[in-house]
Design a protein. Structure first.
Length: 175
């Protein structure tokens, strides 16, 4: 795996390095030792899958505040997304800044999102599946979010959402 810093403190692109031969390909997607060697201690406690049948589906911007804050490794297993990380950590040098990556089943790229950073994505293709590895496990009743189009952040989405939940559309302005 190759780890590359993004413009947000603590957010990394994680590139798989597939071995290819006549049978196809094999790639390691997570190894605690490799993450630790890169200075990223991450041992997932839960794995979740988001299935999205429609292009233009927006999910986000989600996070869990302390003491239930989550770290996530996000990867696409089918389709493509515009994946966004938004720094909500008050003491961070990149507070209120965002970064985005196109993740796809073809590019085998993942985004590592540390605790205190909100996450959301827009599907760029129909039938897109997004795999989340999460630590610690999700704590029901402690989820929170900020609005995907809040002018306080100025996220440059590639297109307006075609499908968004009432909850995600109705988050209040960030204060």
């Amino acid at each position: 795996m190759k780890f590359s810093r993004t413009k947000l403190a603590g957010v990394f692109r994680v590139a798989a390095e597939p071995h290819r031969d006549e049978r196809g390909a094999f790639a390691r997607l997570h190894c605690p030792d490799e993450f630790a060697a890169a200075g990223i201690p991450f041992s997932p406690a839960q794995t979740s899958l988001s299935c999205n049948p429609h292009a233009g589906t927006l999910r986000g911007m989600h996070y869990q505040p302390a003491p239930h804050a989550e770290t996530k490794l996000v990867r696409v297993t089918r389709g493509r997304i515009f994946d966004v990380a938004l720094d909500l950590r008050p003491g961070s040098p990149t507070h209120r800044q965002w970064t985005a990556e196109e993740l796809s089943a073809d590019n085998l790229m993942a985004l590592y999102i540390p605790a205190g950073v909100a996450h959301g994505f827009l599907t760029l293709e129909a039938n897109t599946d997004v795999l989340y590895q999460i630590a610690p496990k999700f704590a029901p009743g402690h989820d929170a979010g900020v609005r995907w189009d809040d002018p306080a952040f100025g996220i440059a989405w590639p297109a307006p959402p075609q499908l968004i939940s009432d909850r995600d559309a109705g988050y209040p302005d960030y204060r």
